[in-house]
Design a protein around this ligand. Structure first.
Ligand SMILES: Cc1cc2nc3c(=O)[nH]c(=O)nc-3n(C[C@H](O)[C@H](O)[C@H](O)COP(=O)(O)O)c2cc1C
Length: 209
């Protein structure tokens, strides 16, 4: 791993206040989207979708549903990770077909693996599926944070919001989704004192057993 990457991780912090005059470029937003889409997920099933919001009125609404945390409104864009509520055989089949098409191999060559995934999921209850989907979304959150840091774009990972209100505002339930975690992104405000605070982390010898 390059030194570079560790420098990026030291540069980033959970940004509390964004510069409202600065917007992330469309090109950089596309790069961030790509980083999320390239994230590894269990079975490659990508059991979440992401809503990217830059509409000011919508951000104001979401702030009210986020314990009034200013980041949500002041950021350039808000990434809302919405995890799947169920995992149907049809959904799995679509992914198997995509794999067959992408790799130019017959569907039949992959259907055994598809059946294995379907059987694995059929054994699980809704609570397990929802928890599992949420965990996959968090992996993507991590990738987004790292990609943003590499681009020197600020972000704040956030769980401090009301998922039911987000689901309502963004119409997620009807799509079989629920808001799992969010990340406002943008550029730090010069006034955000948090940027000067030293990182608080365990010593490596305590973290690694
Ligand atoms: C899943 C998750 C949820 C978080 N939720 C919030 C939040 O709602 N509001 C907030 O200001 N910070 C939130 N944080 C930021 C953490 O407090 C912060 O990442 C941690 O204190 C470490 O500091 P650093 O990220 O600046 O290095 C969250 C972080 C993570 C990873």
């Amino acid at each position: 791993m390059s030194h570079h990457f560790i420098e990026s991780l030291k540069w980033r912090y959970a940004t509390k206040s964004f510069d409202t005059n600065k917007k992330v470029s469309a090109e950089d937003i596309t790069t961030l989207k790509e980083s999320i889409n390239l994230t590894a997920t269990s079975f490659g099933l990508q059991p979440f979708r992401v809503v990217v919001i830059d509409d000011p009125a919508l951000k104001t609404k979401l702030r009210a549903a986020s314990w009034n945390q200013a980041q949500v409104e002041e950021s350039s864009h808000v990434f809302v990770f919405a995890s799947k509520l169920d995992m149907s055989p049809d959904y799995i089949d679509d992914q198997v077909r995509r794999a067959a098409d992408t790799r130019g191999i017959p569907y039949e060559a992959l259907s055994g693996y598809g059946d294995f995934m379907k059987n694995t999921m059929a054994d699980k209850d809704a609570a397990f599926i929802q928890d599992w989907s949420r965990r996959q979304a968090y992996i993507a959150l991590g990738t987004l944070m790292a990609a943003a840091a590499e681009l020197r774009i600020d972000a704040c990972p956030m769980e401090g919001f009301d998922a039911a209100q987000y689901d309502e505002i963004l119409g997620l339930k009807g799509k079989g989704l629920t808001a799992a975690v969010i990340a406002p992104v943008g550029y730090r405000s010069a006034e955000d004192k948090t940027q000067h605070a030293a990182k608080v982390r365990l010593p490596l010898e305590e973290m690694f057993l």
